[in-house]
Design a protein around this ligand. Sequence first.
Ligand code: DX5
Ligand code: ZN
Length: 221
Amino acid sequence: MNSKILIAPSIIAGDLSTAGTDVQQFDPAVVDLLHIDVMDGNFVPNLTFGPGFIRSLKKHTNIPLDVHLMIEKPELSIDSYIEIGPWCLVIHYESTRFPGRSLSAIRKAGIKPGIALNPATPVEAVYDLLPYCDLVLVMSVEPGFYGQSFMPESISRIKRLRDKIETEKLKVMIQVDGGINTSNIKDVVSAGAEIIVAGSSAYRDMKVNENTATLKKAAIL
Ligand code: DX5
Ligand code: ZN
């Protein structure tokens, strides 16, 4: 499993006013995905940007976009994110009464659908949605801000989900987001995560290529 680890630097940990030119410096051989945190100031107590910003950013890079929607009722605006054509589009389990509706619309458009779980949501809550997902995002911090500390309970959550996916022989990837650094990345990968989001650890000193390569090495050592 280690050979297919993907690392996704989270752009909110950089300077959003220069994100377009910053991402042009990222090496696609090292930076697998760009993690894009959409926050609506309602589902989470922070506000970032919407589809217009992402559409503009996409013109500056060929690196696939991993879009994490932290917005209430994603079904109301999902089409405008689908139109952008990201690599994956992830909605939160806690944000909607109709997760299947959005996940199916995303899949129909040829984009990978994902469901995200806050730390307080049991991983078992999404078992019945796994056939509608290409990935499950296990939040390892409360969503809303970069730079928070990794919640160690996340490890057993990832393991439980990995066991379920293996037992059911499903093709669902596990993504982890929040507080990942060179000291804990190996633990989350060993637990069964394949897509690793890194905000502050990837953007430290703005050396995103170097930091991402270091994280990748630490994940498989
Ligand atoms: C938190 C965001 C994360 C954040 C990660 O709500 O979803 O993607 O940017 O940043 P770090 O790695 O610094 O916790
Ligand atoms: Zn995120």
